[in-house]
Design a protein around this ligand. Sequence first.
Ligand code: SF4
Length: 984
Amino acid sequence: MSDTDRQSSTAKLSRRDALKISGVTGLAGVIGGRALVESRSAEDTGEQNGELVKTICNHCAVGCGLKVEVADGQIVGQESWDNHPINEGGLCAKGSATAQSAQSPNRLKEPLYLEDGNWMQYDDWGDAISEVAQELDRIRDEYGPDSTMWMGSAKVNNEEAYLFRKLAAFYGTNNVDHQARICHSTTVAGLANTWGFGAQTQTVPDVKNADANLIIGHNPAESHPVAMRYIQETRQNGGEVIVAEPRRTKTAAHADEYVRFRPGTDIAFINGLLHHIVFNLNAHDEEFLSERVYDWETAKSNIEDYDLETVSDITGTSVSDLEATAEALADAETSTIEWSMGSTQHSNGTQNIRSYAILNLALGHSAQSGGGLNPFRGHSNVQGATDLCILSHSLPGYYGLDEDAWRHWTNVWNETPSTSGSITYSEMRERFYNEEFMHKEGLTVSRWYEGALDDDTRKSDLHQPEQVRAVVVWGHSMESLSELKRVKQALENVELVVVVDPFPASAGVLGEREDGVIMLPASTQVETPGSVTNTNRSVQWRFETVPEPAHNARHDWQIMVDLADELGFGEHFDYEEIEDVTREYNLGMRTIGQIGQTPARLKRQAEQSEVFSSEDLQADVPDDHELAGEYWGLPWPCWHEDHPGTPILYDDSKHPKDGGLDFRARWGVEDGDGTTLLRDSYEPSWWNEEIFGVPQYPNWHTVLPDGDNPAAKTIPIEYAESEQHSPYETAVELAEQGYDVDPGEYEEYDHSQPDPPTGRGRARATTPNLHDEVPVYREPIETPRPDLAEEYPSQDEITDHFRLDLDNRGNQQQFIEEEIDESYPLALTTGRQVEHQGGGATTRSTLGTASRAPMMYAEVNPTVANDLGVDTGDWVWVRTDPGSMLVQVKVTERVGEGTVFMPFHWSGLFEGKNITDRYPDDAQPRVVGDSANIGTSVGYDVETCMQATKATLCSVDVADDDEVPDLPEEQQQYQEYRYPRNER
Ligand code: SF4
């Protein structure tokens, strides 16, 4: 480690806003600007006496930098990283408690197993890993490899995400998935099918360059607080910020306009805006649509029916609000749309996102600084874990599961110098149940539990040989899943539950079991070196902070290496250091260009972070400087070791070697009718001739460089970027070298011009490969408007959808027949609190965050509260068709009279019953509450199996006094401090 990696210091710092670990216990708060302090044996020195190590916050995907203070091999505090180009030292409540989380006394401390209902400690790690492996081998032998479900994490670093997917592959199953399934799988499907890649098109700071920012289904003031500074800059720059939401969020309080619409009606809302822009204002960009978009006409005819009166009836939004919103976007030079899970978690979530993309394309605002689409990712590395594809339908890099995909990755695993093993495609096939199941998409995180229930309790046919008998839950919160009562049943029905987490995650305690649960303590990410990809595709390096994680925890990647060894394929996991893993996936991740982000380059950037601008994330250095041209985090695609990264996707105003890109020619060169899928030619300022639309360069995603230099240019990448070579010449060269390429297919593309390897295609306004080729409005499954469901029905039944049947329409009809809107007259939606993250296992066990937000609650409108006769802090039952939740009330006008909101970070109560006695004694969460997802609905997106949590129907009634649960004493103190009874 270099001096700049680990900055030793004994000087007193002038700005000391970080916590110090001290002996103070009990209730504390952020008082007088001083952070909370944690009970710990080290004393508060008051002056810095350790080493400062740069790392990245492990909560949300903004990717804020901070420095942790290390003394005597332990994390003892934290400081700001002032010249980090994204957050410039600023942190939210979660980031400010990073060191506290690492040193929390509530962490899982030893490998444990459940015996007769008691948590027992293994003698050592070897015994624990050995038992896990033996049990997984037994399950494999008795039932086959698909009788396991591997649920991975968006919280681990890229290297560990990659290893988890590889581990499942070598075990022989595609039943492997992670949180991205339930947060942004619909984003990825919607965007990748529109223009090639399924990711944020701009950077976090670039949103300030928008003239208009439509924030929809997204509450960054709580979910991504540091990003709010750039949203605020939009307004300071004269731009307009519009928040469109069922709930008047904290973000809405900072916006120019707030527009309310009924939960689940996004597509009608957006199609209404488009209708006004196109048919009333004639403000769409005909030239952009003509030159760079495929089949705008079909999309245009789809929006014809969505006149403003019709849309107003569906959404509940006034015609004047619809007009004003559309006109603000139409008046803007460039506009952006930001969203999060309020948009994605719907049974037609993929089409929600498609509607946003079509709106942005119609305005001609895509593919430029200040314009585009920005799905804000949740967990700190959910972008990276998605890219590395802990996903049941793909191998790393979105290669899919077909034979070519497996041949590519077995080639990588064979060629990599990082491990000693060798493997062929045929040998890999032998590890699976059969070839069909090697290529068949697996069960998803969102519905895995159906596969673990018995035939007579399962809601669907199961399209795999045997039901699930064992689950491995690695850094994943079960309380994030809808139909949580069925999840609980499944956790009770399997033979083995393995949980790996820094804190005792709910998977280990939710099921009422006496045995068959193993919990392994993992390190926190702030203790772990490796890379992490933020929401705008920037890859950042976390330096090693401590020689060993706290307690008897181990790094996730080391646990995986040992498990692979015990499972008999250790020669494919015998890495010497975590950088070996990075280099291995650099070799294979050709599709999205996660190639040039080598450990050496990432560390070099972190060491010299002061040279990067927070304006455009580019290094502000002389041309001969080693960082010249580079963008912070080398945002993918970064095609090779000299490429600067791509801050703005599809930006054709730059040379490809400087980070330019074009819409990806992903679907070939023409459609079935002979209509071109390639862009029109154009004359950019960076080139003195015409640039033509071209296909993807031949074999650009499968040709490998020498494994010793995974970031070296391959022929297709070198030829694409060069000014002298064409796709045709590339094909000729590859054919001469023995690759399986037919130059005849490329003859007409003999344009010697600089290109991205992904060619120059068109964005698609229509997507014939999806269930709806254009975004068609569909009523939520639990609809409060049965009269609309006939005209706008849910999708019909799909057989064998991720190994289960999906019947959104059948469920919708059943609810209508049962008159569910009569029993449950209110709409339930869910979301985040600024202090908590995900399922809350970490933040509810960390003093600083737990004490600041100690109450699980349901927001109800004052009118509803008045009718019920309740006030903030009183207990109510929120009831839905799937289940009931006992929560405290928060009375607020943020929600309308017809809506109830609950945060989704909570567990420890289950339908009102306190279950903390099921946790290991020394690792219970500090604050507990009922889980919102006990009550969320049964719908799933027809493309990705995303759960639909944002449009459930519910009722609220007052709880009896004898139903009020006993909360932990500490929690009661926090609540009294935050919500004093005499001030409620
Ligand atoms: Fe930054 Fe997100 Fe961490 Fe808050 S949680 S400090 S916004 S990365």
